[in-house]
Design a binder for this molecule. Structure first.
Ligand SMILES: [Zn+2]
Ligand SMILES: [Zn+2]
Length: 343
């Protein structure tokens, strides 16, 4: 089968012919239908620092946001699972470490990410533990279902920021995570402002689904645009640009919450005295708990037309490289690789 792999440390990814995996104990073989390209995949392709631990898994197939159909089951699983349409939590736990044995899987010390530390979904088939799978409701489009993983990251950010009806929220970064945060914060009844820089295609995607308060600092200074709309009840950062943290904190309300979601290449320098006097909080937000997955799947099923407009590119796996290029150049909101046929 065809697979998009990280073969060695350094820049680049490769489309290669590899063996179809055979299914292991407690695992399922999934024929991939759709798999989204994520910022993490771009970082891995460009080999930005922070992914060195992948080396031991190379060559490894990328792809961690996907949907597909179970086509085979390993020992210990019911054959009736075959044919089930699923999406899956990409982070697998070991079941053997002290935390896992104590039932505290969240703190597993041997987590492996599908598409990072073990083979992922930019391939015709992916194998993973059945316990990581979430069955999809009938009628949920497979491309939309493949948005579940990034949308759980967005849901966790909105929960961490404690977004409430009537609040004014600033979202920094109009990439897919920022877009998803904007969508879910609006669904909670918040008034959402989104900030980007030289980001017209991605801001246009938000405009197309009804967002009006969009700022592009290529055309207006950030201070002008923000002072007009400040103060914000919460700021959620999904750009990964360290300088934007101190630059936007002055526009956060007293006792406001600043949530960091982006992956930052460098530390940020923050005026801590200002933070103290304004009684503000800075929170980090990362992986959502498993129960969030069902909520996000239900949200996606109820909002398919809107979510479909955030998928800017649908490409066959063989064209993965042009998908990576579009995502890298910030022309894309979400690039969806169509891997197999109709499930
Ligand atoms: Zn991702
Ligand atoms: Zn473990």
């Amino acid at each position: 089968m065809l697979a998009l792999q990280k073969v060695r440390p350094g820049t680049g990814v490769e489309l290669r012919a590899v063996e179809t995996p055979s299914v292991a104990l407690g695992e399922v073989l999934v024929r991939v239908h759709s798999a989204g390209i994520c910022g993490t995949d771009l970082h891995i392709a460009e080999w930005t620092p922070g992914y060195e631990s992948m080396e031991s898994a190379m060559p490894v197939t990328l792809g961690h946001e996907f949907s597909g159909t179970i086509t085979a089951v390993g020992d210990g699983l019911e054959p009736t699972l075959i044919g089930t349409r699923i999406t899956a939590r990409p982070s697998t736990t070991c079941g053997k470490c002290t935390a896992c044995l104590a039932g505290d899987e969240d703190n597993c010390s041997n987590r492996k990410g599908v598409g990072i530390g073990r083979n992922g979904a930019f391939a015709d088939f992916v194998c993973l533990p059945h316990g990581n799978c979430h069955a999809l409701p009938d009628g949920l489009d497979m491309d939309i279902a493949a948005l579940t993983e990034p949308m759980t990251v967005c849901a966790e950010a909105v929960a961490t920021a404690d977004v409430r009806p009537g609040q004014k929220i600033l979202v920094i970064g109009p990439g897919f995570i920022g877009q998803g945060i904007a969508v879910l914060a609006r669904a909670k009844g918040a008034d959402v402002v989104v900030l980007g820089r030289d980001d017209e295609p991605r801001l246009a995607a938000l405009r197309a689904i009804g967002f009006e308060h969009l700022i592009d600092t290529a055309h207006v200074t950030m201070d002008e645009a923000l002072s007009e709309r400040a103060p914000f009840d919460a700021i959620i950062e999904a750009a990964g640009v360290p300088a934007l943290v101190p630059a936007t904190l002055p526009y956060l309300k007293k006792r406001g919450i600043f949530t960091v979601v982006g992956i930052h290449p460098r530390p940020a320098e923050i005026d801590l005295v200002g933070l103290v006097r304004m009684h503000q909080q800075i929170r980090g937000s990362y992986r959502a708990p498993p129960q969030t997955w069902g909520e996000v799947i239900a949200f996606l099923a109820a909002n398919q037309d809107m979510m479909s407009r955030l998928i800017s590119h649908r490409l066959p796996l063989a064209d993965a490289m042009s998908g990576f290029k579009a995502a890298h150049e910030r022309l894309a909101t979400k690039v969806m690789l169509r891997v197999g046929g109709e499930a």
